[in-house]
Ligand binder design. Structure first.
Ligand SMILES: [Zn+2]
Length: 269
């Protein structure tokens, strides 16, 4: 009995020694650096270069730009970025299930297309906000540019160049404030982010002091648009805006800071 107790005592000591010798997990001192590498921004895709973000390409021939099915647009000749369109189609289906109809009224526009819009407004051929002749109302070129910039971008600085931005249903904030339009806008506010879309031109005020006026119809597909903004941050300068009447106002008006980056801050996340 005495020997049995000594045996059990020795067995216990051996057990304690064996378990205490188990290797302890090592602290991974490399981890913080690895996290930094993972969270560093991905490289900007190669096709998103300065020419692309300034709309200097042919819409119909760009490998990332596709034609929009007339089912989704008001016109058979509309184009947009393939990734933005894939997300739009899903959003369109989800909205339709809830009785909300989304119709694209404008999408990808290159530099030349935007130059046409801008110069028609500059000359007075297109009236501003349906009633103002810019040529007759503003002799001073800076004032004329400011008036056009309420709702239209200078060529080379439009988000529509990227194919990521769409105008839906009606170019009129009041449409989105009652009836079907209100239903559309409320649906977009609640759901568009699920599909990667954000409204860049929200109401102006302390949160968004500069840039275009509010556009409840303009929505942007952020996964690609924010890569375009990263390229702009890297290589774009106001002095690069040239090639159309009034372009010399770009630097004085600081189009880069006040208009390209004068957007709803929640679209930058
Ligand atoms: Zn727009």
């Amino acid at each position: 009995m005495k020997y049995n107790l000594i045996f059990l005592f020795l067995l216990g000591i051996t057990y304690i020694q064996c378990t205490s010798e188990k290797p302890k997990p090592k602290t991974n001192t490399v981890l913080p650096e690895t996290i930094n590498q993972i969270s560093a921004p991905d490289p900007i895709p190669e096709y998103i270069d300065l020419a692309f973000v300034m709309g200097k390409f042919t819409i119909e021939n760009h490998h990332k730009i596709v034609k929009i099915d007339p089912l989704h647009a008001d016109n058979a000749n509309r184009y947009m970025h393939v990734e933005a369109y894939d997300a739009f189609k899903k959003m369109h289906t989800a909205a339709a299930k809830e009785g909300v109809q989304l119709k694209i009224r404008s999408a990808a526009r290159n530099f030349d297309y935007q130059k046409g819009i801008w110069e028609r407004k500059w000359s007075g051929a297109t009236l501003l906000e349906g009633s103002i002749n810019a040529a007759k109302s503003f002799d001073n070129p800076k004032d004329r540019a400011v008036a056009i910039l309420k709702y239209s971008s200078m060529p080379g600085s439009s988000r529509h160049h990227w194919g990521t931005d769409i105008d839906i249903n009606a170019f009129d904030n009041s449409y989105f404030e009652k009836g079907d339009g209100k239903k559309v806008y409320e649906w977009m506010l609640s759901n568009a982010h699920t599909y990667g879309y954000c409204q860049p031109y929200t109401q102006k005020g302390t949160e968004r002091p500069n840039g275009y006026e509010e556009e409840k119809w303009h929505w942007s597909f952020l996964p690609v648009a924010n890569d375009c903004l990263r390229m702009i941050k890297k290589e774009f300068k106001n002095e690069l805006i040239t090639g159309f009447v009034g372009s010399e106002q770009a630097t004085a008006l600081d189009v880069y800071t006040n208009f390209i980056f004068g957007i709803n801050k929640s679209c930058l996340d």
